[in-house]
Design a protein around this ligand. Structure first.
Ligand code: CAA
Ligand code: NAI
Length: 281
């Protein structure tokens, strides 16, 4: 495996492109507009510069890593990829379009993976004629820091593809954990209902934003409170995941009306400058 295409240069796609380039792969970073690709590339540059300042990376190494990343705004560039990691928005319609096009563009050997937080891998595989070569590769945010990758088999995913992705995850400095295809997989089946419950706690006036986060930070040693974490993940993404859990697992997983309201207001967390907290642009 030589070339990895990352689709979506947002907070996850940018992080995935960074760790793939750091692991020595040629990376094609793709998004729908040049400005989005440039923004993602700029964040990678900033992250690597910070590592150089801290003495954790040589300046020449930084240039080598950046030199492995090519920018792209055309899905046709997937023709030269051995692996695609899709990290576009959490929306089945968009993922359906991307995967059916990739299936036509990519050579037979190319593995098509998705960083989806919750959408069924089996269904995504069915948008292609190669469901045996479709797999979930679920990185955690922030990607350069978090060790876990959930590797999710769809119904048809082959053992060969699973083994390749497991080995690749280790080469990227991550610890793969095998998970079956089910709503929210493991990470978000457990995490996002906790976040939703924190939003209910706020909605019902039980405590303030800061108090809720302090309870979980000081009482449970979580590195950040659930509302600050929701702002990091993106409230739109949290809501999409909750909707998948609700649809797949029943009423216990109903998204909190306050979460819906914030998303409707465009208060999406850090990426929009406001969520449960306010952020500087
Ligand atoms: C929704 C899904 O589908 C799945 C998910 O991803 S759920 C979200 C999972 N993620 C979490 O739960 C994150 C919980 N939070 C944390 O672990 C920590 O608060 C944190 C890592 C985000 C920040 O850690 P911190 O100690 O408070 O801050 P800070 O000292 O600034 O950062 C620690 C290190 O991480 C790095 N870092 C922090 N944010 C970063 C980012 N966005 N990108 C790259 N590096 C980052 C820092 O540069 C620093 O690196 P060094 O150790 O080399 O100096
Ligand atoms: N935010 C998080 O904490 C995590 C998110 N994920 C998943 O990763 C994926 C991306 O999430 P984020 O990076 O947070 O979103 P984001 O909103 O930061 O970035 C998404 C990017 O995809 C681009 N995009 C949209 N349609 C596209 C298309 N057709 N082709 C190419 N690019 C397209 C957008 O322009 C945007 O730059 C989602 O599936 C999400 O569920 C997975 C783990 C953690």
């Amino acid at each position: 495996m030589k070339t990895i295409m990352v689709i979506g240069a947002g907070q996850m796609g940018g992080g995935i492109a960074q760790v793939a380039a750091q692991a020595g792969y040629s990376v094609i970073l793709n998004d729908i507009k040049e400005e989005f690709v440039n923004r993602g590339f700029g964040i990678i540059q900033k992250n690597l510069s910070r590592s150089v300042e801290k003495g954790k990376l040589q300046a020449e190494e930084k240039d080598l890593i950046l030199g492995r990343i090519t920018k792209s705004v055309s899905l046709q560039d997937a023709a030269s990829a051995d692996l695609v990691i899709e990290a576009a928005v959490e929306n089945m319609g968009i993922k359906a379009q991307i995967f059916s096009q990739l299936d036509v563009i990519c050579p037979e050997h190319t593995i098509l993976s998705t960083n989806t937080s919750s959408l069924p891998i089996t269904e995504i595989g069915a948008f292609t004629k190669r469901p045996d070569r479709v797999i979930g590769m679920h990185f955690m945010n922030p990607v350069p820091v978090m060790k876990l990758v959930e590797v999710i088999r769809g119904l048809a995913t082959s053992d060969e593809v699973y083994n390749t992705i497991e080995t690749l995850s280790i080469k990227m400095g991550k610890t793969p954990v095998e998970v079956n295809d089910a709503p929210g997989f493991v990470a978000n089946r457990i995490l996002i209902p906790m976040i939703n419950e924190a939003v209910y706690t706020l909605y019902e006036g039980i405590a303030s934003v800061e108090a809720i986060d302090n309870v979980m930070k000081l009482g449970m040693n979580h590195p950040m409170g659930p509302l600050a974490l929701a702002d990091l993940i993106g409230l739109d993404t949290c809501l999409s995941i909750m909707e998948v859990l609700h649809e797949g697992l029943g009423d216990k997983y109903r998204p909190c009306p306050l979460l819906r309201k914030y998303v409707k207001a465009g208060w999406l967390g850090r990426k929009s400058g406001r969520g449960f907290y306010k952020y500087d642009a």
